[in-house]
Design a protein around this ligand. Structure first.
Ligand code: PEP
Ligand code: MG
Length: 578
């Protein structure tokens, strides 16, 4: 049994067989073996070679492959796998250095690949890709199942991976993928956000993880405590079975709140909206007792599916989401591509600092045809319900003016063809950079509403990459600098008389709800599965208590002190969550 601690990013308990997903940049950690395990390890290596060779023979027998160029490539792979000196090198490495077969394969093949890549001959340097391919094939046999099998699962699994993209995660079939655990990532990475939306328990930032997991064991992913247990003993399994049942019972109790208003004990209504990535999630918002869509992350239209969305694709997706919530508000955020959300379907620069690069509204303002296609679809959908448009990552007034000017251009185009749209469409912005927070008073004059994206606001204020596990302990909404900015944006929105919501992950964090209410927030937008739990907190407190808590926090000078204080208060209200 091995217990690993990471970051809990999506609540719930999953207990199932592991499925290891490899990726090209998968890093195999160095693991030592005992001298007595040497022969067994070499035996595993031999088997992996035999299976890889057999696989290539089967593939090579297909007519299409024999006739094409691929046949030559496979022949090269085959020669390599049968090369005695290569095999001997790997075997010797295992024997002398007492390391696992996967570590030996990966290390030696990567040495060879980097040697090839450095040779000043296009043909030879391109062979590095073949070496990676061979590495992948051997590792597949040493580590277990293949990534493609995720798409054709027939049994329940928990996925273990070095890292997952938001798109991979969004493609998981929930009936079979019961949970996942990754070596990398942070609480507000988009992969984590998708996991929460789908309600898949997940733990990230576990460090070296998946190479030592025996394919036939069971793995527990505890998304509440941020723990992963590999090959648990019987007692642990029993404890977790009981715990999982308690959690199911708790979720069931929370679901009873659906019909009840999100109102504090002293009668203040808090509007609870949902964040979605796909239109079919909208229905869940209503099921969970939410009152509309506060953030529709439309860039997922680009991230999922093999083709670039057309205007009709945009329109149909928006129409579906609007239909699902009826006359309730739908805030459609224009595409937030870039950083960790890279489209497969179109060119995007390879940037050194993508988070500070061509992302979000900047990308749209440089690619007007892409932007206008989306705006046209949003405007056409605006007559179907209470639609509002929102621009992400606005950093200054000029950017907002530019975006609004493009919107007006598109309105004029639609006028020409007498296409109906709502000319009074509310236009809001996300406040997710320190510069927009600091100039909120200026931006408020030209915005219908603000939505505070705390995930990026924390990232940019503290200079901490939200998806980087090496600095994840520094990523904290409780930092006085972050709270100072949020307070000031709330103040400016009240002064200007415009609406404000919080749509970053802080809005679904039980520890922060009282503070947000005490700061004056009256609208929250969060992952639909989290709505009942947060509603329970809202219904358990008074605004007076929240104001008092908020005043106390404003006198504190460190994130640790604030976090402990908020946590104690939340535990008193909702002990089941902790
Ligand atoms: C945010 O940054 O807080 C936000 C809600 O936007 P996203 O997580 O999609 O970047
Ligand atoms: Mg953001």
């Amino acid at each position: 049994m091995e217990i690993r601690k990471g970051i809990a990013v999506s609540p719930g308990i999953a207990i199932a067989k592991p499925m290891v997903i490899d990726s090209k940049d998968y890093r195999i950690p160095r693991r030592s073996i005992m001298p007595s395990q040497r022969d067994k390890e070499i035996q595993r290596l031999r088997k992996a070679f035999s299976k890889a060779i057999l696989e290539l023979e089967n593939l090579g027998s297909s007519k299409a492959i024999q006739e094409g160029k691929i046949g030559d490539i496979f022949a090269v792979h085959m020669r390599f796998l049968k090369d005695r000196s290569f095999r001997k090198r790997v075997t010797d490495f295992i024997s002398k250095d007492l390391v696992t077969a996967e570590y030996a394969v990966s290390t030696i093949l990567r040495e060879i690949a980097s040697h090839f890549a450095g040779i000043d001959d296009a043909y030879i340097s391109e062979r590095a890709a073949d070496i990676f391919d061979i590495e992948k094939r051997l590792l597949t046999h040493l580590l277990g199942k293949k990534q493609e099998e995720v798409d054709h699962l027939r049994e329940e699994v928990v996925i273990l991976a070095a890292d997952l993209t938001p798109t991979q995660t969004a493609g998981f079939n929930k009936s079979f993928v019961k949970g996942f655990a990754t070596e990398k990532g942070g609480r507000t990475s988009h992969t984590a956000i998708v996991a929460r939306s789908l309600g898949i328990p997940a733990v990230v930032a576990l460090g070296d993880l998946s190479s030592e997991v025996p394919p036939e064991c069971v793995v527990i992913v505890d998304g509440n405590r941020g723990v992963v247990i590999i090959d648990p003993d019987d007692d642990t399994l029993k404890q977790y079975d009981v715990y999982a049942q308690q959690m199911t019972q708790f979720v069931h109790e929370l679901d009873q709140l659906q019909e009840l208003p999100a109102e504090t004990r002293d009668g203040v209504h808090i509007k609870m909206l949902g964040n979605i990535e796909f239109p079919d999630e909208a229905e869940q918002i209503i099921e969970k007792g939410g009152e509309g869509i506060g953030l529709y992350r439309t860039e997922f239209l680009f991230l999922y599916g093999g083709q670039e969305p057309t205007e009709e694709d945009h329109y149909n997706a928006y129409a579906e989401a609007i239909r699902a919530v009826g006359d309730k508000p739908v805030v459609i955020r224009t595409m937030d591509l870039g950083a960790d959300k890279l489209p497969h379907t179109r060119w995007h620069p390879n940037e050194t600092n993508p988070v500070l690069g061509l992302r979000s509204i900047r990308y749209c303002l440089q690619d007007l045809s892409l932007f206008k296609t989306q705006l046209r679809a949003i405007l056409r959908a605006s007559v179907l319900g209470d639609v509002r448009v929102m621009f992400p990552l606005i950093t200054n007034l000029q950017e907002l003016r530019q975006a609004k000017m493009i919107l007006r251009d598109v309105m004029e185009d639609l006028d020409e063809f007498a296409v109906p749209y709502n000319a009074d469409l509310p236009v809001g912005i996300m406040i997710e950079t320190p510069s927009s927070a600091l100039t909120a008073s200026l931006l408020a004059n030209e915005s219908s509403f603000f939505s505070v994206g705390t995930n990026d606001l924390i990232q940019y204020t503290l200079a901490v990459d939200r998806a980087n596990e090496h600095v994840s302990t520094l990523f904290s909404a409780a930092e006085p600098a972050v709270l100072y900015l949020i307070r000031s944006v709330i103040h400016e929105s009240y002064k200007a008389g415009i609406g404000l919501s919080i749509c970053g992950e802080i809005a679904s964090d039980p520890e922060f709800i009282m503070l947000l209410l005490g700061m004056g927030v009256r609208t929250l937008s969060l992952a639909p599965p989290m709505i009942p739990e947060i509603k329970k907190i809202i219904r358990s407190v008074t605004i007076e208590e929240c104001n008092k808590l908020s005043r106390a926090v404003s006198t504190m000078d460190s994130a640790r002190q604030i976090k402990n204080y908020l946590r104690d208060a939340a535990i008193r209200i909702l002990p089941e969550t902790f």
